[in-house]
Ligand binder design. Structure first.
Ligand code: GLN
Ligand code: ZN
Length: 771
C-alpha cells in the first residue's frame, strides 16, 4: 500500500499559540510547565489534524520550542561553554533560550549560572527559506553524547495516544555542515565522536518501538565541501549498523540531488525522499540510480508555496515510479517540511473565493497527499470528486482574466536594456550629486525606520478597529514624522529620513498598494523563535495604481532644507518575501514589480526628493543553493534592481541597503547594481566583511554600519570612530558614509537618540581630524 507521509508540521500553532506561550514565559508571567503544556497541546493538535487528513507516517520530534537545529545540537551535547550548562545532563531551558536569545538578565538565568554577558548564537537562514536557525558553535574539545532523548520522548508521546509516529532527526552530516567551528577545527572533524551519540539515539528509538525514522540530510542538495562525501558514507554505515531493524528514510529537500544522487542512492538506508516540487526532473535519474529494494518517498506536493497541487500531474509522476518497479514501496509526501506554509485555509474567510479555491496550506496539502496515495492504490475513480475539484480550480485559474493585465504585458515587452542603465557612469553622477546635495565628508544618514513604539502600534490598532478614520491616523503619522525630522535636524543628521512610521512592514506596506497581491488573515509562518511573518501572495500581474510613498517623503522634505531620502522596498525583496505565483517565471514577476517601483522612484524624483533608497535586504537569500544556478539568478536580480532605479537623472542619488555581511560571493553583482551608495551590515562582524572590499574594489559609495542596531546597547562615539577608521583603511574616505547597520524600528528612542547623537559626533570628529 502506498504510504501517505508528512515530513514536518508547522509548529507555531494555528493561532500562534506557541508565540504567545513563549513570550509569556520569557516575560516571566507563566511557568515552564505552562510552556510545555502548550507545546504538548500543539503536538496533539498536529497529530489529530494530520491523521484526520489521512496521513499514516506522521512526523514527531519535528517540533521545537525555539529551533530544531539548536535543540538537536543541545541534545547531543554540542553546547559551548558560558551558557550555564554543567557538562552533564540535558541543557536546561534557561541554557537553550540563552543560546537562542542571549542572556536577558532574568532570575532564571542567574539561577542557572548563565553569565549576564552571554550572547546569542549566530542566526542564519535555513537554506533558501525565510526560516532562521541557530548556528551551533563547535570546538574540537567537545565530547558529543546523547544528553536528551527528545526523539524517544516524542515517539512515546505518540504511542501513548495510540500513534506510532516517525521521529525526525536532523542527520549528523547536515548538523555539522550547518554549524561553525570556532577554534580553527573543521565541523566535520567532530563526526567520529558524534556518530556514537546518533547511534544511541537510534538504538533507543528501536527499543522504544520505532519502525521508521526520518533522517534529514538537506545538505545533500548542495555543492558538498571537501570531505563530505566520505562523511556521508561513514555516517550512514554507522547509523545503519546501530539499529539494523530500524527503517531509515533519508530525506532530501529544497533542490535536486544532481551530482549527489549516486551518493544518496548508495547509502545503506531503507528509503529516500526526493523534492519533486523544486526538482521534478530528478525523478527519472533517481529511478535508474536507486536499488529496487528501497522505498521511494516522492515530494510531489509543494511544501514551500501556497498553491493547490495539480493532482493529475502529480499522479503521473507517481505512476512513473510505480511503473519503474517502486509500486510496492512508494510514499507520497510534501516536498519538504510544512514549516514553511501556514496552517490552514479554514480561517481565511476574507480571501477572494476564486483565489481561495486555488490555495492549499498545510492541512489542505496533507489532504492532497492522502488523496494521491489513495488514487494510486484504488484508482482515480475512488477519489474522482477531489480530482475534479483540482481540475476545476486549475481550469478556473487559467481562465481568470484578472491574472493577466494587458497593460503590464505591453509595458514589460516594451522595456529596453537602456531602461536598466543610468544616464551616466558613476563618476559623472557623483559630480552632479555632489553639486546638488552639498554634503560634507562622511555624511551621516540612517537606514530609514525610526522606532515603531507602542504609541505607533496603538495608533495603527485604533485605525484597524475603526476608532480612527484614515485622516486622523494620517495626521498622527504626520506629527510623528515632523517630530523625527526636527530631531534629525537638531542633532545634525546630513541626510534625514521621514521615519517610516506609517508602515506596518516593509513588504506588506507596498504589497497593499500594488495590484496583484492578496493577503491572508492568519497565514503566519515561523521566521525564528516566536517571530512569524505572514507573506503576502502574488497571484496576478503586479502594477502600481497610484503613488505609494510620495506624500510622506514630500511632506518630510517640506520641513527641512536637508536632502530628504525617500524609502522603498526593492523588487527582489518584494518577490522573495512573498508567496509567488508559479504560472510565469520568477524573473517575470520580479520585472513587473521592478516597473512598479520604477514608477515610484520617478514620482519621488518629480516631487523633489533628491535621494531614493531602494532596500534589498533579501537580495542574497534569493541566491540558489547550487553554484551552477547562481549566475542566472544574479543576472535577473541585478537587472530588476537596475530597472527600478535607473529612471532618475544623474543628480538624483540612488541608495540601496542590505542587512548582511557575506558579500564575498556576490560582490561583483552588488557592484553591478550600480547604486550610488550602498549601506550594509558590518558592525557585528567588526568590519571583517570589509575584507570583501579589499579583494574587490567597490567602485561607488558605501556606508558600512558602525552601530549594530540588533543589540540594545548604545555605542560610544569612540567605538564608532574606531569602526569608521577601520572602514577608511579599505574604502577611500570620500566614498564613505556613516550610518547604523539596519533600520531602527525595533529599537526604542532611549537608545536611538543618544546613539545617533554619538554617530554625528563621530562624523564631526573624523572630519576635524582629517584637516
Ligand atoms: N528601510 C528599512 C528600515 O529601515 C530597511 C529594513 C531592512 O533592512 N530590513 O526599516
Ligand atoms: Zn537592514
Amino acid at each position: 500500500m502506498t504510504i501517505a507521509a508528512n515530513l514536518g508540521y508547522p509548529r507555531i500553532g494555528p493561532r500562534r499559540e506557541l508565540k504567545s506561550a513563549l513570550e509569556a514565559f520569557w516575560a516571566g508571567t507563566t511557568a515552564e510547565a505552562d510552556l510545555h503544556a502548550t507545546a504538548a497541546a500543539l503536538r496533539a493538535g498536529a497529530r489529530a489534524v494530520q491523521q484526520g487528513c489521512g496521513i499514516s507516517h506522521l512526523p514527531s520530534a519535528d517540533f521545537a520550542l525555539y529551533d530544531h537545529v539548536l535543540e538537536t545540537a543541545c541534545a547531543f551535547g554540542l553546547i559551548p561553554p558560558g551558557y550555564g550548562w554543567s557538562g552533564d545532563g540535558p541543557a536546561s531551558l534557561a541554557t537553550v533560550f540563552a543560546l537562542a536569545r542571549g542572556a536577558r538578565g532574568s532570575a532564571a538565568e542567574r539561577a542557572a549560572g548563565i553569565p549576564a554577558g552571554a550572547v546569542a548564537l549566530e542566526m542564519t537562514k535555513w537554506f533558501d527559506t525565510n526560516y532562521h536557525y541557530m548556528v551551533p558553535r563547535l570546538s574540537a574539545a567537545m565530547r558529543p553524547r546523547l544528553l536528551d532523548n527528545r526523539w524517544v520522548r516524542a515517539l512515546r508521546e505518540g504511542l501513548q495516544h495510540g500513534t506510532r509516529t516517525r521521529p525526525v532527526l536532523l542527520g549528523p552530516v547536515s548538523l555539522l555542515l550547518l554549524s561553525k567551528a570556532e577554534d580553527g577545527s573543521r565541523p566535520l572533524d567532530l563526526l567520529p565522536a558524534l556518530l556514537p551519540a546518533y547511534a544511541d539515539a537510534l538504538r533507543f528509538l528501536a527499543e522504544a518501538g520505532a519502525v521508521w525514522v526520518q533522517v534529514d540530510e538537506p545538505c545533500l542538495v548542495t555543492d558538498l565541501p571537501p570531505g563530505a562525501v566520505e562523511a556521508y558514507r561513514t555516517a550512514f554505515r554507522a547509523l545503519a549498523d546501530a539499529a539494523p531493524g530500524l527503517h531509515l528514510l533519508l530525506a532530501t529537500y529544497f533542490e535536486g540531488l544532481r551530482d549527489n544522487l549516486g551518493l544518496a542512492a548508495s547509502l545503506p538506508v531503507a528509503g529516500l525522499h526526493l523534492d519533486l516540487a523544486r526538482a521534478p526532473d530528478q525523478l527519472d535519474a533517481a529511478l535508474l540510480a536507486l536499488p529496487r529494494d528501497r522505498w521511494l518517498s516522492l515530494g510531489v506536493v509543494d511544501g514551500r508555496n501556497v498553491w493547490r497541487t495539480d493532482l493529475r500531474a502529480a499522479l503521473a509522476q507517481l505512476r512513473t515510479a510505480e511503473v519503474a518497479g517502486f509500486g510496492r514501496r512508494l510514499m507520497v509526501a510534501p516536498s519538504c517540511s510544512l514549516l514553511h506554509v501556514p496552517h490552514s485555509l479554514a480561517m481565511e474567510t476574507a480571501l477572494d473565493p476564486a483565489l481561495k479555491r486555488r490555495l492549499a496550506f498545510a492541512t489542505e496539502k496533507l489532504k492532497e497527499v492522502a488523496t494521491l496515495a489513495r488514487a494510486l492504490d484504488e484508482g482515480e475513480r475512488a477519489v474522482a470528486a477531489v480530482f475534479e475539484e483540482s481540475d476545476r480550480a486549475l481550469a478556473e485559474e487559467r481562465a481568470d482574466a484578472r491574472l493577466n493585465d494587458p497593460a503590464v504585458a505591453t509595458r514589460l515587452a516594451a522595456a529596453t536594456p537602456a531602461m536598466e542603465q543610468r544616464r551616466s557612469p558613476y563618476p559623472r553622477r557623483a559630480e552632479a550629486q555632489a553639486a546638488r546635495l552639498g554634503l560634507p565628508e562622511l555624511p551621516v544618514t540612517s537606514i530609514g525606520s525610526w522606532p515603531q513604539t507602542d504609541e505607533v502600534r496603538k495608533l495603527r490598532a485604533r485605525l484597524a478597529r475603526g476608532e480612527f478614520d484614515q485622516a486622523r491616523y494620517d495626521a498622527e503619522m504626520r506629527r510623528l514624522t515632523a517630530e523625527a525630522v526636527r530631531w534629525q535636524e537638531e542633532i545634525g543628521v546630513d541626510v534625514p529620513v521621514h521615519g517610516e512610521f506609517e508602515r506596518n512592514d516593509m513588504v506588506k506596506y507596498f504589497a497593499e498598494r500594488l495590484a496583484g497581491y492578496a493577503f491572508t488573515r492568519h497565514g503566519w509562518v515561523q521566521s525564528y523563535g516566536s517571530r512569524c511573518v505572514a507573506p503576502p501572495i502574488i497571484w496576478a500581474d503586479v502594477s502600481r495604481p497610484a503613488p505609494m510613498t510620495v506624500r510622506w517623503s514630500a511632506y518630510a522634505q517640506s520641513l527641512t532644507n536637508k536632502p530628504m531620502k525617500g524609502m522603498l522596498t526593492g523588487p527582489v525583496t518584494m518577490l522573495q518575501w512573498s508567496f509567488e505565483r508559479t504560472d510565469i517565471p520568477r524573473e517575470t514577476v520580479c520585472r513587473q514589480i521592478a516597473l512598479a517601483i520604477r514608477d515610484e522612484v520617478s514620482d519621488l524624483e518629480a516631487a523633489g526628493i533628491p535621494i531614493v533608497q531602494i532596500d534589498e535586504p533579501a537580495f542574497r537569500e534569493g541566491l540558489p543553493l547550487r553554484q551552477a544556478d547562481r549566475a542566472d539568478y544574479l543576472r535577473w536580480a541585478v537587472a530588476c534592481f537596475r530597472l527600478s532605479a535607473s529612471v532618475v537623472r544623474d543628480e538624483t542619488q540612488i541608495h540601496t541597503h542590505m542587512c548582511y555581511s557575506e558579500f564575498n560571493d556576490i560582490m561583483e553583482s552588488v557592484a553591478a547594481m550600480d547604486a550610488d551608495v550602498i549601506s550594509i551590515e558590518t558592525a557585528r562582524s567588526d568590519m571583517d566583511l570589509l575584507e570583501a572590499f579589499a579583494v574587490f574594489d567597490y567602485p561607488n559609495e558605501i556606508g558600512p554600519g558602525v552601530w549594530d542596531i540588533h543589540s540594545p546597547r548604545v555605542p560610544s562615539t569612540e567605538e564608532m570612530i574606531r569602526l569608521a577608521a577601520r572602514a577608511a583603511r579599505r574604502i577611500p574616505r570620500r566614498r564613505l558614509w556613516l550610518n547604523p547597520d539596519c533600520g531602527c524600528k525595533t529599537r526604542g528612542w532611549a537608545e536611538v537618540k543618544p546613539a545617533m547623537a554619538n554617530l554625528v559626533a563621530a562624523a564631526r570628529r573624523l572630519r576635524a581630524e582629517a584637516v
